[in-house]
Design a protein around this ligand. Structure first.
Ligand code: ATP
Ligand code: MG
Length: 417
């Protein structure tokens, strides 16, 4: 037997409604805020991610699905959504579009990781990117999109953690302070952190290894190193969130796993799904567009893990139980009725009513069993008598009530009920 690749998952027909549920809610929320969908390819030139995501990140170092195609080019399955959108922004000169340019996407993401609950090799993200605004009001807007979606889905206990990791100007001083602090403690820390110390000490703050967390707890705080501009930006964001009545925690250890972040970073953390609790992570990346070859355009966005979102909803009993079956199943007795039912079924579908009937010459008992198991809302059995009268008894499967309806009125009846 050929199995699904490790770290990937099928979505079965009986589960796809969960995906529709969150994807529709996400798209609707984004559109409420004036965002338009953007779609970029599933693979890009590897160089885009080397330059965009950064060579010192775990993603680029260890997690990318990179291969050489038949034309000898190095391509990579997208390990995150932002770099491709930034590439598209530059290539299509979208800086000439009215700014801010507000976009969202729902995309598969590929990372070679150790699979566990909430951590897959193919996962899916709802992402948002807003280009062209330096304002902290835009950071707040991005945060509000995630928050509004969580509210819509009934998720109340996600904790919003925010931080400001400084701009290149103030980051240098902070990096130096971190290097100095961790240099004395590095012996007891993990292998990755030993590598991070020289190349990207900020990333040590994000390490999930127990032996490193202890050292992190006493590390210098970024707040002491921010320049006046970053301090003012941070205050503006906090004031805006206060104004909008959003609760948040300032958490100096939120640094995010990608190199492109500048200034604001944030995460929404779920307490209900165990260790992989970050459902949504985002922030500002004012240098990314320039980094991947465009002019300097500020941007801010987030990526939300849909598997983790679904796990959280299920854990809290907030996922609808199922999405039901067709509106009506038309069972038939005999050849003549089968033909009539086939025509009626297509007629109903043409009028926008989901309908189904038998195509396998099964007994009426088998047909009714199928209707029941697939959760049809109404059923009707059509035989010679019904054809003669041009009317059928429609049974409401939930409460058992029966209504006699003329064939020509079935569409109307089902639209009204
Ligand atoms: P983590 O710290 O959990 O590895 P990350 O910082 O790598 O997350 P991002 O790159 O910010 O994550 O991705 C945005 C969101 O996508 C995460 O907050 C999470 O919800 C989800 N996500 C990331 N990696 C995975 C994965 N391997 N499997 C499932 N969901 C993931
Ligand atoms: Mg990760």
């Amino acid at each position: 037997m050929i199995n699904v690749p490790k770290g990937t998952k099928d979505v079965l027909p009986s589960e796809s409604f969960k995906w529709h549920y969150v994807e529709k809610a996400a798209a609707k929320t984004a559109e409420l805020f004036g965002l338009k969908e953007i779609r970029t390819p599933v693979f890009e030139h590897t160089e885009l991610f080397l330059r965009g995501v950064g060579e010192t990140t775990d993603i680029v170092n260890k997690e990318m699905y990179t291969f050489t195609d038949k034309g000898g080019r190095s391509v990579t399955l997208k390990p995150e959504g932002t770099a491709g959108v930034a590439r598209c922004f530059i290539e299509n000169a979208l800086f000439n579009a009215p700014l801010p340019l507000k976009t969202y996407y729902i995309t598969p993401v590929f990372r070679y990781e150790k699979p566990q609950s909430g951590r897959l090799r193919e996962h899916h993200q709802f992402g948002v990117e807003i280009f062209g605004s330096y304002s902290a009001k835009t950071d707040a807007e991005v945060i509000m999109i995630a928050k509004t979606l969580f509210d819509t889905l009934g998720l109340k206990n996600l904790e919003l953690n925010i931080n400001n990791i400084g701009c290149p100007k103030c980051r240098a001083g902070y990096n130096a302070a971190l290097k100095k602090y961790f240099a004395d403690r590095i012996d007891g820390m993990c292998k990755s952190c030993k590598e991070r110390l020289e190349k990207n000490p900020l990333r040590i703050l994000d390490c999930k290894e127990e032996q490193c967390k202890k050292a992190v707890s006493g590390a210098p705080s970024v707040s002491d190193y921010l320049c006046d501009d970053c301090l003012a930006h941070r205050k503006d964001l906090e004031d805006t969130l206060d104004l909008l009545g959003v609760e948040y925690k300032v958490n100096p250890n939120i640094v995010r796993g990608l190199d492109y972040y500048t200034g604001t970073v944030f995460e929404f953390i779920s307490k209900d799904i165990g260790a992989q609790g970050t459902v949504c992570g985002g922030g500002r990346y004012n240098n990314l567009v320039e980094e991947v070859g465009g002019k300097s355009v500020p941007a801010v966005g987030f990526g939300m893990g849909l598997e983790r979102l679904i796990l959280t909803l299920e854990g809290l009993g907030l996922m609808p139980a199922h999405d039901g079956g067709v509106k009506i199943y038309l069972a038939s007795i005999g050849d003549k009725a089968q033909k009539e039912v086939l025509k009626l079924t297509y007629e109903l579908r043409k009028h926008g009513i989901s309908a189904d009937c038998d195509c396998m010459d099964r007994s009426v008992k088998a047909q009714m069993k199928y209707a029941d198991k697939t959760a049809a809302e109404y059923t009707a059995v059509i035989g010679d008598d019904e054809i003669e009268a041009a009317a059928a008894e429609l049974k409401n499967m939930a409460n058992g009530s029966v209504s006699r309806v003329a064939f020509k009125d079935i569409t109307r009846f089902l639209k009204d009920n």
